[in-house]
Design a protein around this ligand. Sequence first.
Ligand code: KIV
Ligand code: ZN
Length: 519
Amino acid sequence: MSKEIIKIFDTTLRDGEQSPGASMNTEEKIQIAIQLEKLGVDIIEAGFAAASPGDFDAISKIAQRITKSTVCSLARAVEADIKAAGDAIAVAKMKRIHTFIATSAIHMEHKLKMKPEEVIKRAANAVAYARTFVEDVEFSCEDAGRSDIGFMKEICDAVIEAGATTINLPDTVGFRLPSEIGAMVREMSEYTKGRAIISVHNHNDLGLGVANSLEAVINGARQIECTINGLGERAGNAALEEIVMAIRTRQDIFNNIDTNIDTKEIYPSSRLIANITGIEPQPNKAIVGKNAFAHESGIHQDGMLKNRKTYEIISPEDIGLDLSDTLVLGKHSGRAAFKDKLAKLGFTLDDEALNSSFERFKVLADKKKDIYDDDLRALVTNEMTKATQIFELVSLQLMDCSSGVPSAAVSIRKDNQEMIDASIGGGTIDAIFKTIDRISGYEGKLMDYKVTSVSKGKDALANVTVKVEFNEDEPAIIGHGLHIDTMLASARAYISALNSYLSMQGMLKKRNPDSSKTV
Ligand code: KIV
Ligand code: ZN
């Protein structure tokens, strides 16, 4: 008997991007969308087109590239948002507009300052307008978890009548327990039976996002909204990898149910997103955390040697994690071995990207004895997602950190012209960033700085993530730098933030949230 498919709606690029510090440049978003398509997600929520020209641009580029997943844009229930969403996804092979309005008493009274009847009218008009752009329209009752179920039935009748094909019931503030979500979903699925697909979108404020999503499936939800690594607003959203692996692993419970996800793409997806956002999953995070398959106790190790099933309910290979083959290449490895290894890791690069990645690999291999899968993933991701290189680091010289006057001399290339300058700073990083400011003419304010080691060893690659504000009216920009020398990685990260900023200029300004005309 063929199984019923639960649609996986991935919102890493929209709700996930709302995680503090997770904003991404257009190239990064495109690479993530390509990976999500490979992972097999049914719907990619590519962003919120009306939020800024940069969001619009990224969604429309994703719409051009993606052919197997539906590409979706979020839109408030206002005309300008829906038009922006419709225009941004216009070229997509399969497209959806996701419009929403709050339905809880607290949101309607204090945030929207609207009467329930007005909210229903606005929602129905929004859906009808969205249908003039696409056939596939999703409507969300924002804060459904705290909304009156009678009112939600009324609004659902109106939006289904107007053409909504999916009804999403978000637990926006992550307040509900599994039994409560289950009861809400059962009642709403029975009420809307056959008229629309019921979807859930659970936030993780009480750590229940995944449990609530699974309970929703048991009670009739046929679409789950989730993110890779559980990224998302505040405590995040339900994690895609946990939901999918729970359904696969517990087929005794979910016996007539499956998803279209290729689970072998879970680990590569998780690494890509961690490398791009600089947000590592906690080590003990289920499925994709660094310790998820590590057996520390002697008793466990003994059991594992006798039979892996004693302590392992999922094998690492099922999620695309190859623990046996992590030591990969060294300085004598040639282009063919390099290309072959990248293909095994799931990267298909065009000739230009392959050449520049290979050059970077050779430079790294000269300095680092063993190169692991995670090093290659980080290196190639960094290469594939960098914005146009307006400024390029040529060299960095550091002086006298010990005497209390740290100083840095930096040389940067722009338009084939090399510029050099030096300055002192409160610390070495301060001196480096100040010098880059002096040379470039842009003064950045450092909002966050993080360094992680990509793999093991004293000669590990440092992955530095910076968040820099170049203009206080615009969002801060994330930059990444990789090098085995942390100071060089820091300089690269700062310059990469500057390059992203410059390549997105004019596209960053957020639109005024209240300026849009209602429908
Ligand atoms: O959490 C939420 O309610 C949302 C909606 C916009 C779907 O993200
Ligand atoms: Zn949300």
